[in-house]
Design a protein around this ligand. Sequence first.
Ligand code: HEM
Length: 404
Amino acid sequence: MTYGGERIDWEPVKSWITDWDWLDDGWGENAIDIWNEVREQCPVASTERYGRAFMPVTMEAVRAIAQDTENFSSIWVNVARPDAPRAPAPPITSDPPDHHGHRRLILPAFNPKAIAAIEPELRRFCQSLIADIGDSPTADAAEQYSQHIPVHGICIVTGLPEADADLFRDWIYKNFQLAPKDNTIRLQVLTEMTQYIDALLKDRLKNPQDDLLTVVANAEIDGKDVDWDVKVGYIRLQIVAGIDTTWSAIGSGLWHFAQHNDQVQRLIAVPDDHELWSEATEEVLRYYAPVTMARKVVKDVEVSGCPMHSGDQTLVTFPAANHDPAEFERADEFVLDRKNNRHVAFGLGIHRCAGSNLARLEMIVAFQEWLRAFPNYSLDPSKKVTWANGQVRGPRILPVLTTG
Ligand code: HEM
């Protein structure tokens, strides 16, 4: 299935400082340049396209918002039309004090030991995708590789059926790239997901298994049964947070390495347990961080000199903060063996990514298997790379020549 065919037409951005739009065609491939240009002029950009909404581009402003749960609420975690239908997907959509109980409930599924145990299966899966490409001189590193790996991982952890992978990716595409401007699509995706998850959870009540679906179906917090729509929301979040995020991170890394064969050669010269592999993975996360979150402003507040008012929306532009030269030396350079890489690709504060162990494992295994199988691959100059815009940014079509 190809993602990116349908679209809704809207006016191109006139100014990234006063009229930003994360669904503009210019965003996907060029977002890093956009953030760098905005940062040279001001720390926080604005737009009126979704009601009033802000885009901070410095670490200072991003940190101030992410750590302030008094003035910024997570009930709205993406910038969309203010009248957009919203549904809970805790813990990401919850604020203190409720947030803690929701997070505690899902965290055990993602603890380091549980995730490390699935490494052999993830490796076998990556090898099988590569075997399917075989001796072909061309391949699509997104459609034939990066998009499948996170679905496999999340299905192992949660018990979601992998046979429905196309359905999950279709919902994700519509939810992130069409729904922010179109309430009908948003409602359609919400309704379809709710019905689907409802049936799965009801099944687990009757047929318990050793998976997160069963934990969620029977969830209690402080001895009290969790509301059913909240249980549905936990699983909705697994689908929307656990798939295109890592799909984008793996794809961006493969896009980068296709153009930097010297770095590929440095990596494949060292064993899998060498620190260079994790340093390179962290640098992909810093440089190409895929996830931009958002908050609803709930009290009048000022961020880096920019006044915001109750009812406004703001991005929490973690990827832009990762390019702030006030925070990182040689911020605009991809340094393969960067040390002390304190990037915020996984966010910061109470909502810091619950799936980071899984994401990191999927990325490192995916890179190791691909770069060792295709040590001289490069971008296919006869075809176009396409990028997802909006909240989760990364390549969706990534044509390569497998032998360079
Ligand atoms: C490279 C891949 C990933 C990136 C860059 C990423 C990024 C993020 C970010 C930035 C947040 C913070 C949200 C906020 O501040 O509002 C977050 C939260 C979260 N992520 Fe990830 N994520 C990735 C993969 C995953 C995976 C594989 C899962 C597994 C299901 C996952 C599950 C979650 C959950 C449950 C939260 C909410 C935590 C909370 O609210 O307490 N993520 N992620």
